[in-house]
Design a protein around this ligand. Structure first.
Ligand SMILES: Cc1ncc(COP(=O)(O)O)c(C=O)c1O
Length: 439
């Protein structure tokens, strides 16, 4: 049995994994064509036909809406700005609460703060890591106005149950689809399961434009309000005939023409790129199945998972090896990935710590020094960001191992090396356990 690289033995592989490079000649040509046209953006922040953006932005929006089967798609410059615009369009404001997940990228929980509303954390389902309908139900108060549901790691939350709750209480549901474009639940695309969907096009995502985002909805009024918040609403409302001025203070969330032109090509490639990830996961999981203490991510009934990351549930009690040590041993066997060398081997412990453990929530300092909006005079609730608030999220944080080593263009040969590293490390758990005891 060969010695683990962690103890000085040979690595399974030294040659870097191929770069996650989803841009090709088509994107290059499209970007050059925009530069040659001389129109890199055509937005005007006043009431004019160009309020809606330039030709590529509009084509990208129309194509996205058609491909995803929704009535409206609005391009923005990130999912973060998309979430802000969606929360604003939902009419969320001071005194309101928005139910959010503690186990997600921060923007999906901080968006309510932008409109002076209070995020209320509900717990996650320990199987899917998405918001648990039961926990949402328990967190609803007379102040609840909306729910931001995150389709984490690439699979949809239990939207059937969540929409039942939302409809019962008259709540707006915003789906954060940043990690789950092209994912479906009961054959329906994410972004169409709630009232609004928000997608990310940053360079880590399934398809990307460097930075960028899309907001989708079937509701014409919500679409209009997202468009207004995206582009200096306050300057436009009067001429546009908008009389409901709630949250009509706009931002500049506009996407450029180059990004939109690239986005059009990426969108067409999306389904193929997703299929490659899914095939890679199937291949890898066949090899990882049965390793002690290593749980493969279950896919909820009716879901098609698109694997933004591969989240493994690691039970250190079953192996006798702490997760951090196991991950160090895995990293020692494997190389970095092209273009992301500085990040080291793309395997890590955990995802995010529960967001309420961030200083923002622990100290309740957001705007200015007076604890707005947590102790805003318009807010009649009492915030709770205490340790123990969401036990499933806290537990997941201590157990998950995530990796990105299934992203195209990883080949089966590359995946064989990933699997070999896991199998090698798991065959020497005894040596790692002894090492840990000696420390
Ligand atoms: C779940 C989730 N929401 C929101 C975002 C924010 O996306 P963006 O970087 O496009 O603002 C991300 C980015 O990683 C994310 O993973």
């Amino acid at each position: 049995m060969s010695t683990l690289a962690f103890f000085g033995g040979d690595k399974v592989r030294t040659e870097p994994f191929p770069a996650y490079r989803v841009m090709g000649e088509d994107e290059q040509r499209a970007a050059v064509a925009v530069i040659e046209s001389g129109v890199l953006s055509r937005y005007l922040g006043t009431w004019h036909d160009d309020f809606w953006g330039g030709p590529r932005v509009r084509e990208f929006e129309a194509t996205w809406a058609e491909q995803m089967g929704c009535a409206h798609a609005l391009a923005v410059n990130s999912a973060t700005s998309g979430l802000y615009a969606a929360i604003g369009a939902a009419g969320v404001g001071p005194g309101d609460e928005v139910i959010v997940s503690p186990f997600t990228m921060v923007a999906s929980a901080t968006a309510p703060l932008i409109f002076n509303a209070v995020p209320v954390f509900a717990d996650i389902d320990p199987r899917t890591y998405c918001l648990s309908p039961d926990s949402i139900r328990a967190r609803i108060s007379p102040r609840t106005k909306a729910i931001i549901v995150v389709h984490l790691f690439g699979q949809a939350a239990d939207m059937d149950a969540i929409m039942d709750i939302a409809n019962l209480h008259g709540l707006i549901v915003i789906e954060d689809c940043a990690q789950a474009p092209f994912a479906t639940r009961h054959s329906r695309q994410t972004g169409r399961l709630g009232h609004m969907g928000v997608f990310s096009l940053n360079y880590h995502k399934h398809i990307h434009t460097g930075e960028g985002g899309i907001v989708t909805t079937d509701d014409a009024d919500l679409a209009n309000r997202v468009a207004l918040i995206r582009n200096h609403a306050e300057a436009v409302v009067e001429r546009m005939g908008v009389t409901n001025l709630v949250n009509m203070i706009g931002f500049n969330f506009r996407l450029g023409e180059i990004e939109a032109a690239i986005g059009l090509i990426q969108l067409a490639k999306g389904p193929t790129l997703v299929k490659q990830r899914q095939a890679n996961i199937r291949y890898l999981e066949r090899k990882l199945a049965g390793l002690p203490g290593l749980g493969l991510p279950p896919v909820d009934v009716g879901n098609e998972h698109v694997y933004y990351v591969h989240a493994l549930d690691y039970d250190a009690a079953a192996t006798g090896v702490p997760r951090e040590l196991l991950v160090e041993a895995l990293k020692a066997e494997l190389p970095v990935t092209g273009l992301r060398e500085a990040e080291g081997v793309l395997i890590g412990c955990g995802y995010t710590r529960p967001l309420y453990r961030h200083p923002l929530f622990r100290q309740q300092i957001a705007y200015g020094t007076r604890s707005c909006p947590f102790r805003c005079p318009h807010y009649e609730g009492t915030v709770n960001y205490a340790e123990g608030l969401c036990p499933n999220a806290e537990r997941a944080h201590t157990r998950i191992i995530t990796h990105e080593l299934m992203r195209p263009p990883m080949s089966t040969t590359d995946l064989d090396d990933v699997a070999e590293a896991f199998i090698k490390v798991f065959s020497r758990l005894d040596a790692l356990h002894d090492h840990w005891l000696r420390q």
